[in-house]
Design a protein around this ligand. Structure first.
Ligand code: ATP
Length: 444
């Protein structure tokens, strides 16, 4: 018996198609020819900052069981034909790659996969590794997809989640999706923490907002819960097919420990500990930034407008706060925050004139002349004001961006077994007397 690992990537364009859909069609064709798959196909998300990604930088891999060399060739033929037929080859940006591999997954392949998730690689890196391990690569056009295809095959899944994807019939591509929002809310309620990121207020997060073939995708901890969830979601259009993928989504596989700020690189994804040096500040468009520092250097961290109320937490930070930031460094060198662990709050205080023994607040007696009580006339020689500690409206603990702004790879606090501490800063603006975000918006 042969185990043939198949990797596929870079088949879609912003105008349509999707590597998961093409894989589903190919898998169905393989099954109808009598082949079976070992386990679920796997959807592997790669570096969210890869410059050539179309959307979520996903690649697909699956393992086909074949009895003879002849079968292996039949499988390869079906896969290549499927990609050639369905990939958006006319789009300049679509450069598919298909990789076949029958050996054991080597340490080098695992490392390559983690590099593709955490760094930026070149097509030559993939070609060289494929040659070393004896993988067969097929690049269409520029063949950039072989990076993702080989990485998907080698990707270790120590932690994983599942995603059930349903697909539309082609005549509905590009049309508004007809998903009953109430049924999604019910499904979210009934499946509890076994599924995640289904809705965010009125926003239906299971629905993509691109013209791709996907109708909706439900994410969760097991294939069983996803099948139950699919039964609960009501749609008013035909579902052509569905498929369940095992995936590295929501595992933080992209996050590497940055020992020091100075060691972090552009397009890398990290967890880094430091102290707020400066900020926070709001810029036009509603993006909030602060400067994080450690002994080695400083980096600007950003909570962008799509992170909505999460920015209110960031606006509560003050210099001296110690925190660990999780996120990735974009082209501008700013760390895009995915979540934070606020570890130590700095003291927030106001400086005031002292209170006299008679109970009245004293007044300045002139520059460097101490204080004088306006009531009993008592004098103090020292000009030093007294500090009064103020209560912080944010507490120590973990905070994450909302569902609508979550990266595919980002591990939710609920998956980490952590709940976000209650904080005044995330109360809805209608229940707050003064909303620091809105106030600063108006100041712009
Ligand atoms: P979809 O998953 O919906 O098909 P996408 O957003 O995944 O679209 P692709 O069309 O797959 O985007 O394009 C991503 C391209 O970038 C692929 O060619 C892939 O091989 C390549 N790539 C992925 N990760 C890296 C990386 N870390 N370094 C360099 N190239 C990468």
């Amino acid at each position: 018996m042969y185990r043939l690992h198949v990797g596929i990537d870079d088949t879609d364009s912003p105008e349509g198609m999707c590597t998961t859909y093409i894989s589903c069609v190919i898998i169905q064709e393989l099954k109808s020819c009598g082949f079976s798959l070992e386990d679920h196909p796997r959807l592997i998300r790669l570096n969210p900052f890869a410059p050539h990604k179309t959307r979520g930088n996903g690649a697909v891999t699956f393992t086909v069981l074949a009895e003879s060399r002849e079968d292996l060739n039949t499988v390869k033929g079906i896969v290549l034909e499927g990609v050639e037929e369905l990939a958006e080859l006319d789009s300049e940006r679509t450069n598919p790659g298909v990789v076949f591999y029958t050996g054991e997954i080597t340490e080098e392949m695992r490392e390559f996969a983690l590099s593709a998730i955490r760094r930026i690689l070149r097509i030559e890196d993939a070609r060289r590794l494929a040659e070393r391990v004896g993988a067969e690569v097929h690049g269409f056009k520029k063949g950039r997809g072989i990076i993702g295809a080989l990485a998907a095959i080698g990707c270790p899944l120590d932690d994983s989640t599942y995603e059930l994807l349903t697909y539309r019939v082609p005549e509905n591509y590009g049309k508004p999706r007809r998903i009953d929002p109430e049924s999604v809310a019910r499904m979210d309620d009934e499946t509890g923490s076994e599924t995640f990121d289904n809705i965010d207020g009125d926003y239906i997060a299971i629905e993509p907002h691109t013209p791709c073939p996907i109708l909706y995708g439900i994410r969760g901890e097991s294939p069983e819960v996803l099948l139950r969830a699919m039964e609960m979601v009501r749609v008013d259009e035909e579902v052509e097919r569905y498929c369940i993928f095992e995936t590295n989504q929501h595992t933080d596989q992209h996050i590497q420990d940055a020992g020091r700020i100075a060691d972090m690189e552009t397009f890398g994804c990290y967890r880094v500990r430091g102290e707020v040096i400066d900020g926070p500040r709001v810029i036009e468009g509603g993006h909030v930034f602060f400067t994080l520092g450690d002994d080695s250097g400083q980096i600007e961290c950003g909570a962008y407008e799509p992170t909505k109320d999460f920015r209110k937490i960031i606006l509560e930070l003050i210099p001296g706060d110690v925190l660990t930031v999780y996120g990735g460094i974009g082209a501008q060198g700013t760390m895009n925050i995915e979540k934070i662990h606020l570890e130590r709050l700095a003291e927030l205080y106001v400086e005031e004139n002292p209170i006299c023994t008679c109970g009245k607040r004293m007044k300045s007696a002139g520059r460097n002349k101490g204080f004088k009580c306006p009531s009993c006339g008592r004098r103090l020689r020292s000009s030093r004001k007294v500090r009064r500690a103020l209560e912080r409206s944010v507490g120590e603990g973990y905070y994450e961006v909302p569902t609508c702004a979550r990266r595919h790879l980002s591990k939710q606090l609920v998956r980490m077994g952590i709940s976000s501490p209650p904080s005044e800063a995330t109360e809805s603006s209608s229940t707050r007397q003064s909303d620091p975000l809105n106030k600063k918006w108006e100041d712009l």
